[in-house]
Design a protein around this ligand. Structure first.
Ligand code: AN7
Length: 405
């Protein structure tokens, strides 16, 4: 188990606190896959409770007693028959990450990232966040007795997420800037060793998030979907999920791979633009803007990993408008009973758009990832809904309304 640069291949011990390689490249955690293959089988995995820690051998933990968990992962994979009919597709699933302990997929990363912090013996952790990362880190640092500092873009964090970060007891700092500015600031704190940084530039966090890929295979009875559609912001999650599929392939659990498809918002789509130029580098957005505040990110740090995942899987990247996002959010709630936050609905909006464009085949087996719970952003949901009907306490009026459609 080592940290390895994806650019120059240099390796580092896992106990070295370093977020990027000396050459500037991103790091990833690599294992001895032959050894994992010898230790693990589908049957042994199945004997354990589903969730992130079912896949222990694939995770960068030395001392199991140091694990910090709120029982993350094991989220439902819903077959969506009503949406299949609505969109005209054969086999569609939604992997609902809103069902995690703090309501987003970030918990998968934080259980591993904060466990690593525990093993390293660090006392202060921190992150920049569009909201969910801060809520999750605040919870896991509370559980492990660490001090937690979060930097948020003022006025651009959904109410539920802000409430969580404050209530779990983090030191919440709002900056007069966007997420990208906040990330630069916490990176500086990390370089000066004032905090242990738990944004997705930290490769240990992505190790937890790769279990989304593991669980999809597990829940499909070891079959692999043709395509996985993921909302993209800082681009960690799509990279992590791809790594999960690749590692299941490397250890003989599966023998096919899905097409990784990333969806961004129109107002924050540097990865989509790079993909359409067939480039490996992005041009950052200075002023990203979208109703999907979770993915209001202009300079995604994991862009090289995400573009590699998209290119090498034969996937795709597309952007959707705020209107398309809200439509998809409503559709998912009204057709399937699944309430997700706007950023999450971008995967459904992207599916719809790519079907219309003829990029996605209607016969594919598709999994859309919904990354965060609808209650995270009650303002967005209320804005997109009709006003409730108000009446006096009059049963006859009520009966009349009941007859209306
Ligand atoms: C619901 O919380 O970046 O592409 O600081 O909250 O891995 O960044 C959130 C990201 C998608 C994008 N959906 O994931 C943060 C933050 C939801 C999110 C994303 C986020 P990445």
């Amino acid at each position: 188990m080592l940290q390895k640069c994806i650019k120059c291949g240099k390796t580092y011990d896992v106990d070295e606190i370093i977020y990027t390689c000396e050459c500037g490249g991103l790091l990833e955690i690599v294992y001895d896959y032959e050894e994992i293959k010898n230790r693990i089988s589908k049957e042994t995995l199945r004997k354990r409770q589903i969730g992130v820690w079912r896949y222990l051998e694939y995770l960068p933990v030395k001392d199991e007693r140091k694990i910090v968990t709120l029982f993350e992962g094991g989220t439902p994979l819903y077959r969506c028959k009503n949406l299949e009919k609505e969109l005209g597709v054969k086999e569609l699933y939604v992997k609902n990450e809103g069902a995690n302990p703090t309501g987003s997929f970030k918990d998968r990363g934080m259980t591993v990232g904060v466990t690593r912090a525990n093993e390293l013996g660090v006392e202060v952790v921190g992150c920049a966040s569009t909201g969910n990362t801060s809520a999750s880190l605040a919870a896991y640092s509370a559980r492990s007795g660490k001090k937690c500092i979060v930097l948020l873009p003022e006025g651009k964090v959904a109410l539920g997420k802000l409430a969580q970060a404050m209530f779990y007891g983090a030191k919440v700092i709002q900056i007069n800037g966007n997420f990208d500015d906040a990330l630069e600031m916490v990176k500086q704190l990390a370089r000066e060793k004032l905090i242990y940084l738990l944004n997705s530039i930290n490769p240990f966090r992505l190790e937890g998030q790769k279990t989304i890929g593991f669980e999809i295979c597990d829940q499909l009875n070891w079959q692999v979907p043709d395509r996985v559609i993921v909302p993209v912001g800082n681009a960690g999650n799509i990279s992590a999920i791809w790594k999960g599929f690749r590692e299941f392939e490397a250890t003989g659990i599966i023998d096919e791979l899905p097409k990784m498809t990333g969806i961004q918002a129109e107002g924050a789509k540097p990865i989509v633009e790079a993909f359409k130029r067939k480039a490996k580098d992005i041009t950052p957005y200075k002023n990203p803007e979208t109703i999907a505040t979770a993915i209001r990110i202009g300079n995604p740090v994991n862009a090289p990993k995400a573009l590699e995942a998209i290119y090498s899987s034969g996937g795709y990247a597309e952007a959707v408008s705020d209107e398309e996002i809200v439509e998809a959010q409503k559709l998912l709630a009204r057709k399937e009973g699944i309430f997700v936050e706007p950023a999450s609905a971008s995967s459904i909006a992207g599916l719809k758009k790519l079907l219309d464009e003829g990029i996605i085949d209607r016969d594919e087996r598709i999994v859309c990832i919904t990354t965060g719970h609808g209650l995270k952003d009650p303002d967005a949901a209320i804005r997109a809904s009709e006003e409730p009907i108000k009446i006096e306490c009059d049963i006859d009026v009520l009966k009349k309304i009941l007859k209306e459609d």
